[in-house]
Design a protein around this ligand. Structure first.
Ligand code: NAP
Length: 418
């Protein structure tokens, strides 16, 4: 079936989330598009749906509910509709504003764009947000995983990920080298590949703005700007400057800089203010290992954020438990960080925690915080009970291995207090 003729039917019950003056207006029965995803996607999204519904139901006693709206993407969409990312799917997410997705396979080889990158670009989801915190009982390689509780805001549209690069010896690379030599008196080896690292004021500021707004809304103590400005002054260094500018110009009455705090006699942050500080990227890696409790929200450029978020996630248990969100000005798409793990497809085996915690992020995003707390409590209780999926069971002493759906069922029971 040609994509342009694919028509999707939203669920008969439920209402749209609206955007009013930049804020979300969420009905009690929001329609939420759901991409099940490839590989283990159907298993983990089914588990997420069940547990999210249970948390919402237990919290609001039937007054609120989510009207799920399944939309196609990935391999199953290719088979059924001849397109891995039908326009109807992106339109649905744009129209209904907030969505949840499972992992999507990106086939290796030419001709396929990454669906995740395509979704981020089409919907201008410029902030990749990754909360990293430890769930008691989850095996960790560090002594005190409980000391890490951060949210990383990673810029998702520019930096070396902008895709502006040319191969060694190509006409473009040669021309750039010539311009550098003749117009800027800069010599670069002839056998170099060339890549550009654009970092703009607009994109840096909107990312930092979102991170500070999040910190203020969620009672977080600090926002750390992570950069490599000592070396790359006009990209990474400028990111830092623009970050401080946003804090001063737009949140001046609710933020203080790290220097302000040092000047105070008690050396403590003024009551109710979020502290804005900055750390050079390489130092940040050791800071998160050695002094994790001193960090809270982190705002950083694309490549730094990519490395840092995986390293941080490893400290608290890794892929099976790490959720993420892709946020625009109002639109948001939540997902696990892991991929489609094709070898476990349809086996009811993998850990659904990352997808479920992505659901908790989604509930927080629409302002249903009480339900998010309940959902996370349910996950904690299920892990404490030590009947867990294979990835955790193989590292936890005395644990019993259960499948994806049984683990989801245990979470539902915990949520209902059974
Ligand atoms: P992956 O799907 O994340 O799986 C790699 C390994 O991580 C698995 O074999 C498994 O390790 C572990 N794992 C992943 N999810 C798990 C879960 N829920 N519970 C327990 N263990 C889990 O990475 P990949 O094999 O490199 O990628 C497969 C496909 O996914 C590729 O097409 C890739 O492009 C795509 N991908 C999509 C996204 C996304 O949609 N956001 C993200 C990353 C990758 P063990 O076998 O050792 O237990």
């Amino acid at each position: 079936m040609p994509t342009e003729r694919l028509k999707l039917e939203p669920p008969p019950e439920g209402h749209k989330i609206l955007i009013a003056q930049g804020a979300l207006r969420v009905p009690d029965d929001p329609i939420v598009p759901l991409i099940e995803g490839d590989g283990v996607g159907p298993d983990v999204t089914a588990a997420a749906r069940r547990t999210i519904d249970a948390a919402v139901d237990a919290t609001y006693a039937g007054r609120r509910r989510i009207a799920w709206y399944r939309v196609p993407a990935g391999e199953s969409a290719l088979i059924r509709h001849g397109d891995m990312l039908p326009d109807a799917t992106t339109h649905a997410i744009r129209e209904y504003v907030v969505a949840l997705k499972g992992p999507l396979t990106t086939p290796v080889g030419g001709g396929f764009r990454s669906l995740n990158v395509a979704l981020r670009q089409t919907l201008d989801l410029f902030a990749n947000v990754r909360p990293v915190y430890w769930l008691p009982g989850v095996p960790s390689p560090v002594l005190h995983p409980e000391r890490l509780d951060i949210v990383i805001f990673r810029e998702a549209t520019e930096d070396v990920y902008a895709g502006i690069e040319w191969a060694k010896g190509s006409d473009e690379a040669r021309r750039i080298l010539e311009i550098l030599r003749t117009e800027f008196n800069v010599r670069v080896r002839e056998d170099s590949g060339i890549g550009l690292k654009p970092i703009s004021e607009f994109c840096s500021k909107r990312l930092v703005r979102k991170a500070i707004a999040y910190a203020l809304a969620h009672g977080r103590r600090s926002v750390t700007l992570v950069h490599k400005g000592n070396i790359m002054k006009f990209t990474e260094g400028a990111f830092r400057e623009w970050g401080y500018e946003v804090a001063r110009d737009e949140f001046g009455d609710r933020t203080a800089t790290g220097e302000d705090v040092q000047r105070r006699p008690d050396g403590r942050a003024p009551e109710g203010k979020v502290v804005i500080k900055d750390v050079i990227a390489d130092n940040m890696f050791q800071q998160l290992l050695l002094r994790p409790a001193e960090y809270d929200v982190i705002a950083t450029s694309n490549l730094n954020g990519d490395y840092l978020s995986d390293a941080a996630a490893a400290q608290v248990g890794g892929l099976g438990v790490a959720p993420g969100g892709n946020l625009g000005d109002a639109h948001a798409l939540f997902e696990p960080i892991h991929g489609s793990a094709p070898k476990y497809a349809g086996m009811d085996k993998v850990n659904p925690t990352a997808e479920i915690l992505a659901g908790a992020m989604m509930l927080e995003h629409i302002g249903w915080d009480e339900a998010a707390i309940r959902l996370k409590e349910g996950v904690r209780a299920a892990i404490r009970a030590k009947a867990v999926t294979y990835d955790l069971a193989r590292q936890m002493a005395g644990a019993t291995e259960i499948g994806t759906s049984a683990f989801a069922e245990a979470i539902v029971r915990a949520i209902r207090g059974a």
